[in-house]
Design a protein around this ligand. Structure first.
Ligand code: ADP
Length: 507
């Protein structure tokens, strides 16, 4: 096909890789061991750059810098207004460097450049502006105590925050964690995912250009069991925030408890139901269920072909509209533009690496073997890089592996349902509880499902709406705590109760 042929000539990314070292105490430095690791172009599997590989000793150095910046530096001591001005300046710099950051992100991750440039980088700026706005609005309360005491609460920064992020939205994950941490006056040691270390390092440089004092944000590229585990188990880190798989989330919690009981927030896996009711607008539901519709409108991250922890990966369709839905979902999948993510009009680039690529193909084989009907796709796309055909399964049963595990790829699984009681039970029958989509024109149906679903986000007649203002997080094994919105501030604050005795209170 045309698209497969176009994969042969890979477009040269319009950006140069400049930062490859670790960012510690405001400076780009080599790792203590001198070791590096390659970060790969998912379009070809070729090396983009060698990146300094952080390990325990580098995390230690980063923590010393962050600790000093917290205990002695200007960051938690300057006025909140000063802090917010630095964050606003940083957001301006993000906008100035929009295309450069976006190109780096696409090169490293494989997602369509149009998505990086028009959605992700603008949202990065938006999230920082949102939290910059919070910086000078964080304050405690006065409390009417029982006795003759004056009681007040102080909301204080928690200290040194460790943050570990994944590869699917490297920049957004960074912003959801750095934004609130910095607004509250904390200092940070951040570990990026080993698949996508590049964009964060450029962002780190811009943070310092915006006036961030040294040591406030330290960025350690490296692997999970080494650098990541060093953060989770560090005795001098006060809080760890993690986004990634449920399995690793459990490890983080365990390392935190075995070390210093640091506070933990986790944003983990999902297997989110997407419920298309009998009265739904099928065309709209098909489009939403599958892909982004309005590219520069409200963000719809299905554009990232399933590499989304809250992907609507169990598509429940009412039996009355099931056949129509399956036909249309299949047609839409077959028409999906897969190819070099730097080409305009491309909806789907390669998966991030060979590991994800192989894992997805394995699940597709599982689906076929377990008796689901393969409606579209089912194989790799082209012959090089990590491209996968948009794949649609119908006749999926709840107990099939493809309906239970998080696939993290462009594989849609369609299940049939008869009535609301049944779909509520089936939707909730999951160890995950991250998000759900509901498609209906009926207000009662919408309200009933909205309350019955045991998930952290319910999107009604929309999906994957990710404003900075909206809290996001999981029920059950999808996580602990919320990110974004006002709720995220709690992750980065301590509450101190101050009680003063009053001798002769007037009242
Ligand atoms: P994904 O499936 O998205 O790759 P992971 O949970 O494997 O999710 O990885 C998410 C982040 O967690 C990455 O930054 C990775 O390096 C890190 N990580 C993986 N294993 C560990 C570990 N044992 N301890 C700490 N961090 C880890």
């Amino acid at each position: 096909s045309n698209l497969a042929a176009s994969l042969e000539d890979t477009i040269t990314p319009p950006v140069k890789v400049e930062q490859t070292q670790l960012l510690i105490n405001g400076k780009f430095v080599d790792s203590a061991s001198g070791k590096t690791f390659p970060t790969l172009d998912p379009r070809t599997g070729e090396v983009i750059a060698q990146v300094a590989e952080g390990d325990v000793e580098d995390v230690n150095r980063a923590v010393v810098a962050a600790r000093k910046a917290f205990d002695e530096g200007p960051w938690p001591r300057m006025t909140a207004y000063e802090r917010s001005k630095i964050l606003f300046r940083f957001a301006d710099l993000i906008e100035k460097h929009n295309d450069e950051i976006a190109a780096l992100e696409t090169w490293d991750n494989g997602k369509p450049y149009e998505q990086s440039a028009k959605i992700e980088v603008p949202m990065l700026a938006r999230v920082f502006r949102y939290y910059a706005g919070w910086a000078d609005k964080i304050h405690g309360m006065t409390v009417r105590g029982d006795g003759s005491h004056h009681v007040q609460t102080l909301h204080e920064p928690i200290g040194v925050a460790g943050q570990i992020i994944p590869w699917n939205f490297p920049l957004l994950m960074l912003s959801w964690k750095l934004g609130p941490a910095l607004a509250c006056g904390n200092t940070v040691v951040l570990k990026t995912a080993e698949q996508t270390p590049l964009s964060a390092l450029l962002v780190g440089r811009l943070l310092h250009e915006a006036g961030l004092p040294e040591g406030v944000v330290n960025i350690v590229s490296g692997f999970g069991p080494t650098a990541g585990a060093a953060i989770a188990s560090h005795m001098d880190i006060d809080k760890v925030a993690f986004t990634g798989s449920t399995d690793v989330g459990k490890i983080i919690l365990e390392l935190a408890s075995k070390s210093n009981l640091k506070a933990v927030s986790l944003e983990l896996g999902g297997k989110s139901p997407f419920i298309v009711c009998e009265d739904a607008d099928v065309d709209q539901a098909v489009e939403m269920a599958h892909f982004a519709l309005f590219f520069n409108q409200v963000t719809n991250f299905r554009q990232t072909y399933g590499q989304c922890c809250c992907a609507g990966s169990r598509t429940f369709v009412h039996e009355r509209v099931y056949d129509e839905f399956v036909e249309k979902a299949k047609a839409r999948a077959i028409n999906r533009a897969v190819g070099d993510p730097f080409k305009s009009g491309i909806e789907q680039g390669p998966q991030v690496d060979s590991e994800q690529f192989e894992k997805i193909l394995k699940y597709i084989r599982h689906g076929v073997d377990s008796g689901a009907t393969l409606q579209a796709g089912g194989d790799r796309h082209g012959s090089k890089g990590y491209y996968i055909q948009p794949t649609v399964f119908s006749d999926v049963k709840d107990d099939m592996l493809i309906a239970k595990d998080e696939i993290f790829g462009p594989v849609q699984t369609i299940l049939k349902f008869k009535n609301l009681d049944e779909v509520i039970a089936r939707a909730n029958n999951s160890r995950y509880g991250l998000a759900a989509g509901v498609f209906t024109q009926n207000l009662d149906t919408a309200n009933r499902l909205m309350r019955a679903l045991r998930v952290g986000s319910v999107w009604i007649n929309c999906f994957d709406v990710f404003d900075a203002t909206i809290p996001f997080g999981g029920y059950k094994m999808s996580g602990i705590g919320r990110e974004k919105g006002i709720y995220s501030l709690n992750n980065y604050l301590q509450v101190k109760a101050v009680v003063t005795s009053i001798k002769n209170p007037a009242w």
